[in-house]
Design a protein around this ligand. Structure first.
Ligand code: E4P
Length: 215
């Protein structure tokens, strides 16, 4: 399974890259706004860190403008993936990007049929938002299961990028289902490494080792 970090905070990306935790980065307009920085500067800094594929979302809602915006981002580097919302206009843009070899990530996917249409348009990645579905009382991971099932049935090449991840359980479930990628907030990446019994075990081993030396 590949991990992307879901953030626009450069220090978080740097730490995750340095520690070898990630294979890419996803950003979105809310994360960029939260960083308080200019989007171009953020994207440039991300490219400098060489974290793998970097998803950058278009802000236009009409296909012609999405194509213009996405093409300009793609010119900044081969690692740029154009994030396009799951709309009719979005899919027209995805079709274009696919025809000229620009990678895409279809975002805000909440149904398996949306994911099927994204794949038919030639999306490189599709992002089902599991946390936001959980938030409204659905089981977000059922969507991931259905998308993987349909993609397998028809040997579609679009990869499933599980997004809107809130906790370790989401990642475990995504791994058991065979999703190709999870995009994970920094705090959840850290949570994956820790376990209270590991900490307790280390504490006991160190205590026992100390008393053994004293005897
Ligand atoms: C995906 O690429 C999005 O940036 C992200 O996962 C959205 O998650 P949220 O529901 O935590 O905003």
């Amino acid at each position: 399974m590949r991990f992307y970090i879901d953030t626009a905070e450069i220090d978080e990306v740097k730490e995750a890259v340095d520690k070898g935790w990630i294979d890419g980065v996803t950003t979105n307009p809310s994360l960029i706004a939260k960083s308080g920085r200019d989007i171009k500067k953020v994207v440039k800094d991300l490219l400098d860190l060489n974290p793998g594929w970097i998803s950058v979302e278009v802000l236009s809602t009409k296909s012609a403008e999405m194509i213009k915006e996405g093409t300009a981002w793609a010119e900044m580097g081969e690692e740029i993936v154009i994030k396009v919302p799951m709309t009719e206009d979005g899919l027209t843009a995805v079709r274009h990007f696919s025809s000229v070899g620009i990678k895409t990530n279809v975002t805000l996917v909440f149904s398996p049929l949306q994911a099927l249409m994204a794949a038919k348009a030639g999306a490189t990645l599709v992002s089902p938002f599991v946390g936001r579905l959980d938030d409204i009382g659905h089981v977000g991971m059922e969507l991931v299961e259905q998308i993987i099932h349909i993609y397998d049935n028809y040997e579609l090449e679009t990869q499933v990028l599980v997004a809107s991840i809130r906790n370790n359980q989401h990642i475990l479930d995504a791994g058991l289902l065979g999703a190709e990628v999870c995009t994970v907030p920094f705090n959840v990446l850290k949570q994956m490494i820790t376990h209270p019994l590991t900490d307790k075990g280390i504490e006991k081993f160190l205590k026992d080792a100390k008393s053994a030396i004293i005897k």
